[in-house]
Design a protein around this ligand. Sequence first.
Ligand SMILES: Nc1nc2c(ncn2[C@@H]2O[C@H](COP(=O)(O)OP(=O)(O)OP(=O)(O)O)[C@@H](O)[C@H]2O)c(=O)[nH]1
Ligand SMILES: [K+]
Ligand SMILES: [Mg+2]
Length: 369
Amino acid sequence: MSIIQKIKEIEDEMARTQKNKATNFHLGILKAKLAKYRQELINPPGGRSGASSGGDGFDVTKSGDARVGLIGFPSVGKSTLLNVLTNTYSAVAAYEFTTLTCIPGVIQYKGAKIQLLDMPGIIEGAKDGKGRGRQVISCARTCSLILITLDALAPLTHKRLIEKELEGFGIRLNKKPPTITIRKKEKGGVSVTTTVAQTRMDEDTIKAILAEYRIRNADVILHCDATADELIDVVEGNRVYIPCIYVLNKIDQITIEHLDLLERVPHYVPVSAHLRWNLDELLEKMWTYLNLIRIYTKPPGAIPDYNAPVIMSATNPTMENFCNRIHRQIMKNFKYAMVWGSSVKFNPQRVGREHVLCDEDVVQIVKNN
Ligand SMILES: Nc1nc2c(ncn2[C@@H]2O[C@H](COP(=O)(O)OP(=O)(O)OP(=O)(O)O)[C@@H](O)[C@H]2O)c(=O)[nH]1
Ligand SMILES: [K+]
Ligand SMILES: [Mg+2]
């Protein structure tokens, strides 16, 4: 039996199995088996591989401060969006699969350069090798934000199918990595420690899932009310956690009443690429989801260049990370920095390498010499 058939068989069995406390254990094992087969499909032992081979799907170099990918079914308007958001042109037409490769463009926003990738449409079964799906999804793994583009006339079925394709390839959308640690050891069996009540898995299920992966001796610590899927994600270890915005395109084709219903989808922005409706909201939301901040550098005795901020991630915006963002050598001669802005009490204030910066701070670095 081929892997695809095995996957299908397990999926069918899962669909037949009712979800309740009594079947939890069995479902946990099925999920682990399924994840293992999927992994084999992505990275066949000794064969051609996809997700973790280092290949990013298309031969397009990363550039700018962040990379954003347009993913969607054929003809939902991905190329039209690239054309209205960047200075690049990608062919637009009413027939499916107009775009056959990856076409990069650049969005200039708040002084940042954001690389936007137009890609071929994907269809159901993409992750299993249909069309250019694998390449598209591999490329999606390299993005810091994914724009799932949907046609306002058929949004929700497409949404589920695309999510399934991306999830099957190890991409987790709008999720945080589960707070689970697994430390393997030589002997002593599996011991499970929890810091919050577990309502989704009992200890036997946890052990059975680990046993599927031949993990028989380990210390497991659960800091969240973990699901079987989350545990499997941590065991597999090669998941990527990427924010995602659902871009509902072609809203010029539907009624206001229809649009009101769709309004309930989380993480969503309605637009008309063709008529350039609501692109400002889309850009603003992209900026928020990318979680970036702007830092202006100030040369001694001069005013900062407010048109050319240094863009850095807001995840851990320390002075040290800021310096490394400019040049790897800077930290070597770093003495202290003067900072103006909302991260300091006094303007300016002298700070060290651990100081945490805020959006739009002004920084002047003073070096040892
Ligand atoms: N009414 C309407 N039509 C749109 C809009 N955006 C795109 N279209 C039309 O939809 C069709 C497909 O647009 P494309 O930009 O080629 O779509 P795509 O997603 O890049 O398609 P593929 O590359 O084939 O996957 C074209 O006829 C566009 O003119 C929109 O906002 N409203
Ligand atoms: K098209
Ligand atoms: Mg296209």
